[in-house]
Structure formats: C-alpha cells, structure tokens
Design a protein around this ligand. Structure first.
Ligand SMILES: [Zn+2]
Ligand SMILES: [Zn+2]
Length: 308
C-alpha cells in the first residue's frame, strides 16, 4: 500500500495567516508549508483519513480520482471541515451513477459533525457509518480498528485507527494512526510493535499548560518506548507553538512555555526547537542518538509519499 501525507500541519496550517513568529517567517523564506492534517491510503481503493479545510487542493495535487471511504478521527474543524468538497466527486459523475462515499466516525463525533454536514446525506454525497472503539470493520482490503484517545473534553468522540492489510502472500502490515491525542484510556494489544506509527508531534517540548490536549515529541518518547514501532515512525500535525529563544513573538497566545524542556541526558542546554523541516529532522535525529532510541523516525512533510 501507499501512504500519502496530504497535510502535516496544525489546525491553522503553516505559515499562519498574520503570523510573523520566527517559525512562520522561516517557512515563508523557505517556501515550505504544512497544510491541515489528512492522509491517503492507497491499496485496492483510496481511503482518506481526515478531511480538513485544505482537502480540495490536497486531493487536486495528487490527482485523486475517487475516494472509497473516509475515516474521521474527531470532531475538530481541521479534521472534518472539508467534507463538502467531496461533492466534487458526485458533480463530476454521470447523473445517477454516483454511490455515496461512506464516512466512518464515532457517534459522539457525528453529533457535532452532523450539525454542519447532515445535508450531504440528503444530497447523496456521503453515508454515515458509526464506529466504536475495538470494533473492527473491513474496507477495500484494509481491516480498520478504532481505539479511544484522550484529546480533551471538547473532542469526546476522538479515536485513532489501527489499520491492517495483507499482501498476496498473506504477510500482514500494521499501521497505527494516533491523530490528535494527549493520552490513552487504555492500550489495545495491537498498538504494540506496529510496523508503522503515525503520531502527532504538535510541539517539540511538552508545554506547561497542555490545552487543548495535544502530543509533544517530548511526551511522544514515552509512547515510542512503550509501543516500539518496528519499521518506521512518522511525526505529523506539527505546529508553531514552541517558544523559540529570542523571538519577540513568544508573547503570542499560541506560544506555549515548556514545562521542563528536553535536554541531552548528559545535561547541557535544551534542544533548540526547529524552525523548518530540515531542522526538525536534525533535532529528532540528535535526540534519537542522545537517548539511544532504536527507532527510525521521520518528520513527515506535506506530499511525502511512502510505499509501505
Ligand atoms: Zn487537529
Ligand atoms: Zn483536535
């Protein structure tokens, strides 16, 4: 299967409108961007995971001609506000031939998403399938199992997905996508030793006040040690909330002071949070080396495509 990272940014996309923090200035200078989180799994069919406000341009970039199913992780705008864009697939189909796109999400998420997008059912664009943690379902050669995640009280329906697929020789590949989270109420067995892990890394450093509840790389290290991904880990949903030494923009609301910034185990200055893609990969590689983490960790970027 092929995994395409359509968007790897925070809820607001980077560089952010009206923001002149050091991170956004550097991203503009390097012409890098991180759009809202979305992923495409290509196997027997096209499975879209999350569908944020950038989805039309993301799917256009990759010339995606059809979507077989959508998995929505939770009821925050950056993960579902693009659902109406899927109407394009109906509009461009011969009259009467379109089959509604199945959209999978929890009942609690649909309570919120449905207020805005229920009309898409009446219009025959989508059909809703409510899912529950630990209850697997099959989609175009993928076995999908939701697991409950803690992402704060205003994302009560929040889940991640464990996705399995087998090649023609019966060899199974297991992928875990955490989406936004801070912690887990329980850890199903299949979270351990996944072949691939896609985990949020909103900040480098765990902030003093983690609201809304997201994952920092510093905090993610504990999950990496617990789960021990086998082949590769991808960091996504990367924001611009880390405090950057000497940046006057540190006073901005979105900047979060670290509680106890990550520093080498032997002591010394804290790691400098990254301003761009290259620096992110560098700092992660350094931390991996210093802490002797035996995992392959790749900082994902928009449009990264990986054959897995
Ligand atoms: Zn999000
Ligand atoms: Zn969220």
């Amino acid at each position: 299967m092929k995994l395409i990272f359509l968007g790897t940014g925070p809820a607001w996309g980077l560089p952010e409108l009206n923001c002149n923090c050091k991170i956004c200035l550097e991203l503009r200078r390097k012409e890098e961007k991180r759009t809202r989180p979305a992923f495409l799994l290509k196997g027997e069919g096209n499975i879209l995971i999350d569908c944020g406000p950038d989805i039309a341009s993301q799917l256009t970039t990759h010339s995606v001609e059809g979507i077989d199913a959508v998995l929505i992780t939770h009821e925050h705008g950056d993960h579902y506000m693009g659902l109406d864009e899927l109407y394009s697939y109906k509009r461009s189909t011969t009259r009467g031939a379109f089959q509604p796109i199945p959209v999978y999400l929890t009942k609690k998420s649909w309570e919120v998403v449905g207020i805005r997008f229920r009309y898409l059912i009446d219009m025959g664009v989508i059909e809703i399938h409510e899912v529950e943690p630990k209850k697997s379902f099959n989609l175009k050669g993928f076995e999908c199992t939701p697991f409950k995640t803690n992402h704060g009280s205003f994302a009560a329906g929040s889940i991640g997905y464990i996705i399995k697929t087998s090649d023609r020789h019966g060899k199974e590949t297991r992928l875990v996508y955490t989406s936004d989270f801070w912690d887990l109420p329980e850890s199903p067995q299949d979270l351990f030793h996944p072949d691939y892990l896609i985990i949020q890394s909103f900040w480098l450093n765990e902030p003093e006040k983690n609201t809304p509840q997201h994952m920092s790389f510093q905090r993610a290290m504990k999950f990496l040690k617990d789960w021990q991904p086998v082949k590769e880990t991808f960091l996504v949903h990367i924001g611009d909330g880390d405090v950057i030494p000497g940046d006057p923009a540190n006073a901005m609301l979105k900047k979060n002071k670290p509680a106890d910034p990550l520093r080498p185990p032997a002591g010394g200055d804290p790691y400098h949070p990254a301003l761009n893609q290259e620096q992110w990969q560098k700092v992660v590689d350094q931390i991996k080396f210093d802490f002797d983490l035996p995992y392959k960790i790749r900082v994902a970027h928009d449009d990264l495509a990986v054959e897995i």
